[in-house]
Design a protein around this ligand. Structure first.
Ligand SMILES: Nc1nc2c(c(=O)[nH]1)N[C@H]1C(S)=C(S)[C@@H](COP(=O)(O)OP(=O)(O)OC[C@H]3O[C@@H](n4cnc5c(=O)[nH]c(N)nc54)[C@H](O)[C@@H]3O)O[C@H]1N2
Ligand SMILES: Nc1nc2c(c(=O)[nH]1)N[C@H]1C(S)=C(S)[C@@H](COP(=O)(O)OP(=O)(O)OC[C@H]3O[C@@H](n4cnc5c(=O)[nH]c(N)nc54)[C@H](O)[C@@H]3O)O[C@H]1N2
Ligand SMILES: [Mo]
Length: 712
């Protein structure tokens, strides 16, 4: 081997090898982390990646998914060119067409639907990807449709609703300054590395950790000072028992409650029935452990509860989440260092340290005299508590099927996968009845097969974009490679569509750089090219840090101006099925417990997958090659199931076949499985109406089922 061949084999970046390092970010995962990547490029191809040293979210490290980016971007199943459907919807027969022709067809068909049924008959829908959302949002409104909907109908928004109803603002525990964390249905070491690192950092500094999770997670087993393993969905009973002790023993913060809380008497009266013994009966957590967790929480100051999204994935999820936040309120742990602090959104759910014009960017285009959004009548609390103003997508399939209160006739979809929805096959079926369907994705999915016009989207390596990070940093990337195929990034696609539709919207039609710089103009940054050139994210001149105590001083942005232990919006709505108090509910489901004795928790995060998008990445798939469900050894022994046996999970509406993974991570009586697999779609088990009536959120983490061994 020559010296040069050796250098190339070792992927050494230098002039002789022609290998260059260019900087980008990972976009496989949730907003917040989006880690810095050094991409090694040779002859226009990515040959290796590393985490960027000094980058705020990852400082040189990449997780399993991030490390697999090279395989992700060069996947065989990528969409390679714009396409037009030639067979039936769902058949997957397409022919390539030019970008211009495809755009013309979209403009013509969307305008046809608008003329025949009104603009609201076109729904603009997007999945998990966040970076292009403000542009899609504005596109919907500029087109005249109020129906902008995202996967947030199942993700983070129920938590936002819970925070908004108590505090009037989304808040986060101040993990860096707290001395004790109660990680309640949250698993940062797998779900969000910056959060996980903060929790472990607190532990390393001598802080205390309580974990409350039905699954014996790595965090619970390895790091918790105290671990409570409740029955799935029993958490409100535990929270209320803690509140009762605090109130009856005078351990709550009386002055704080008097000054800042609304509805305390009603709440105190309600929680009276939850003795520690009753909470033990409901949750199976020993009363003494509940008491011990409470004492650890109260004896350490500051201390904080970190509740997870997963808590809201049940039909009483909003109340479970609120019952936990109420403990922060009555213990006076809000708006001071080390407790809960209100957050700010600069761009796409991340805080860059200043108020941007993002909200203004789309709301200024909100159509006059718009019809009610999808889901807004069925889920009035959703509409009332969200400042963000989008439809609740869990009513979309019903709306498409019934055409009530008005018809939906066309879909404009960006990165949508049916497997995120309960009873997923119904979404595909409803697509078949549309007049027109347009879809973009990076990969060829079942939804793509149901579209009339398809656009191939770019990965974060092939586009430039802005991200914001905790600590008030802004990152602005440039593409590090040319598009791998004839693909374009989502905002380019939106811009082309806005132009093809000839919308009266110069800013949207001007493209990404102009509009993102408008949105971020309050940052005080004027030389954006310098931000793009910077080796690491920069801080804006106008960035400020939130000063704890400001919100309490200025009055809370709730209708009563106080922290609401009883939700005043619900009191005013007066719906008998929506209780203003965070009530506990024992059963979640109308399935017969004798016929369906197990509780299925689907979608607790695993290290090697993000939803549906990574199941086709070979390195990631190799870590857990087959769809599998965790069942407790005691249940497995009772049913005669051995490790690796094939089992059937049966719900009221359907069944799937998977491998059994016998593990004490799952509690007795629980089954736990990840979602998004094409060959075993766990969401096909879930009835479309298995929803929380307050938020519209699906009960992903609590569904009755039974397990059957499949004989070979
Ligand atoms: N059973 C169960 N179901 C769940 C959950 C659960 O816990 N359990 N969790 C829910 C939650 S919280 C969420 S957030 C949803 C997420 O659910 P989805 O939104 O379905 O998430 P993904 O499968 O990651 O992404 C959807 C599609 O976007 C495509 N995509 C990726 N990047 C881009 C891009 O840059 N541009 C475009 N145009 N497309 C892109 C992917 O290829 C994929 O086909 O799932 C929900 N579904
Ligand atoms: N690796 C990976 N990371 C991800 C994602 C991914 O797909 N893969 N998705 C991202 C997205 S979109 C989101 S929304 C977040 C979700 O973030 P989280 O909500 O934090 O994630 P989950 O893993 O769904 O749930 C966290 C924990 O809640 C527990 N839990 C479930 N039901 C109950 C219950 O009834 N009571 C209690 N006490 N605990 C319960 C689960 O066992 C799990 O360990 O993760 C993000 N991070
Ligand atoms: Mo999510």
């Amino acid at each position: 081997m020559t010296e040069l061949e050796r250098l190339i084999k070792a992927k050494i970046p230098c002039e002789e090898t022609g290998i260059e390092i260019r900087h980008t970010v990972c976009d496989i995962c949730t907003p917040g982390p989006q880690c810095g990547i050094d991409a090694y490029i040779k002859d226009g191809k990515v040959i290796k990646i590393e985490g960027t040293d000094g980058f705020p979210s990852n400082n040189g490290v990449l997780c399993t998914k991030g490390a697999a980016n090279r395989q992700y971007i060069y996947r065989e199943d990528r969409l390679k060119t714009p396409m037009k459907r030639v067979g039936e919807r769902g058949e997957g027969k397409f022919e390539p067409i030019s970008w211009e022709e495809a755009m013309e067809i979209c403009a013509r068909e969307l305008n046809k639907v608008k003329a025949a049924y009104g603009p609201e008959a076109v729904t603009f829908l997007c999945g998990y990807s966040k970076w292009f959302r403000p542009w899609l949002h504005r596109l919907a409104y500029s087109f005249g449709s109020p129906n902008y909907i995202t996967e947030s109908s199942t993700c983070h928004t129920a938590e936002v609703m819970s925070y908004n109803s108590l505090f009037g603002a989304f808040s986060m525990p101040d993990l860096r300054n707290t001395k004790m964390i109660m990680s309640w249905g949250s698993n940062g070491v797998i779900n969000s590395y910056p959060m996980g690192r903060a929790v472990l950092g607190m532990k390393a500094n001598g802080g205390k950790l309580v974990v409350i999770d039905p699954r014996r997670t790595h965090l619970a087993a390895k790091y918790a000072d105290l671990y409570l393993q409740p029955k799935i969905g029993s958490d409100a009973a535990i929270a209320h028992a803690m509140a009762k002790v605090m109130i009856e023993e005078g351990l709550y913060d009386k002055d704080f409650v008097e000054k800042y809380c609304y509805g305390f008497d009603k709440y105190a009266d309600y929680v009276k029935q939850f003795t520690l013994q009753k909470a033990e009966e409901i949750s199976s957590v020993p009363a003494a452990d509940i008491r011990k967790a409470l004492d650890m929480f109260l004896e350490t100051d500051p201390s904080a509860i970190l509740p997870g999204n997963g808590l809201t994935h049940r039909t009483n999820g909003y109340n479970v989440h609120r019952s936990i936040l109420s403990l922060m309120a009555i213990s006076g742990r809000f708006d001071r260092p080390g407790t809960l602090l209100p957050c700010r959104d600069t761009l796409c759910d991340s805080d860059g340290g200043f108020e941007s014009l993002e909200h203004e960017f789309y709301m200024s285009r909100f159509p006059e005299n718009a019809k009610p959004r999808v889901g807004s009548e069925r889920f009035p609390l959703w509409t009332r508590l969200l400042h963000d103003k989008q439809g609740q997508g869990m009513d979309l399939v019903r709306h498409m099927e019934e055409a009530k209160p008005y018809p939906i006739k066309a879909m404009v979809m960006f990165g949508v996968n049916d497997r995120m929805y309960p009873e997923s096959p119904r979404f595909l079926k409803a697509l078949k009845d549309m007049d027109f369907v347009m879809a973009t994705d990076i990969f060829h999915t079942d939804v793509i097969d149901h579209a009339d016009i398809v656009f191939p989207a770019s990965t974060s390596f092939e586009r430039g974009e802005v991200k914001c990070y905790v600590g008030q940093f802004i990152e602005y990337t440039r593409p590090v490679i040319a598009p791998v195929h004839d693909n374009k990034d989502d905002v380019e696609i939106i811009t082309m569509l806005a132009n093809a539709l000839d919308l009266d919207d110069d800013l949207l039609r001007a493209g990404y750089d102009k509009s993102v710089q408008y949105i971020l103009s309050p940052s005080g940054i004027t030389d954006w090219e310098a931000v793009k050139d910077a080796p690491l994210p920069v801080r804006s001149p106008n960035a400020t840090r939130y000063v704890p105590g400001t919100m309490l001083k200025n009055g809370l942005p709730t209708p009563t101006g106080k922290i609401e232990l009883s939700c005043s919006v619900l009191e005013e709505l007066g719906r008998p099925d929506l209780d203003p108090l965070p009530i506990h509910k024992s059963s979640d489901d109308d399935a017969d417990p004798k016929e369906f004795p197990f509780i299925l928790m689907s979608g607790a995060r695993i290290p090697n997958a993000v939803h549906s998008r990574t199941h086709n990445v070979p390195w990631l798939r190799s870590l857990r090659p087959e769809p599998s469900a965790d069942i407790n050894p005691a249940d497995a022994a009772r049913l005669g199931i051995k490790q690796g046996d094939t089992i059937r999970i049966v719900s009221q509406i359907s069944s799937i076949t998977v491998k059994a993974n016998i593990s004490s991570i799952s509690n007795v009586g629980d089954v736990n499985m990840f979602h998004g697999y094409k060959e075993a779609n766990v969401n096909s088990l879930m009835p479309i109406d298995h929803l929380d009536p307050y938020t519209g959120f699906p009960g992903y983490k609590q569904l009755r089922c039974r397990i059957e061994k499949v004989e070979d």
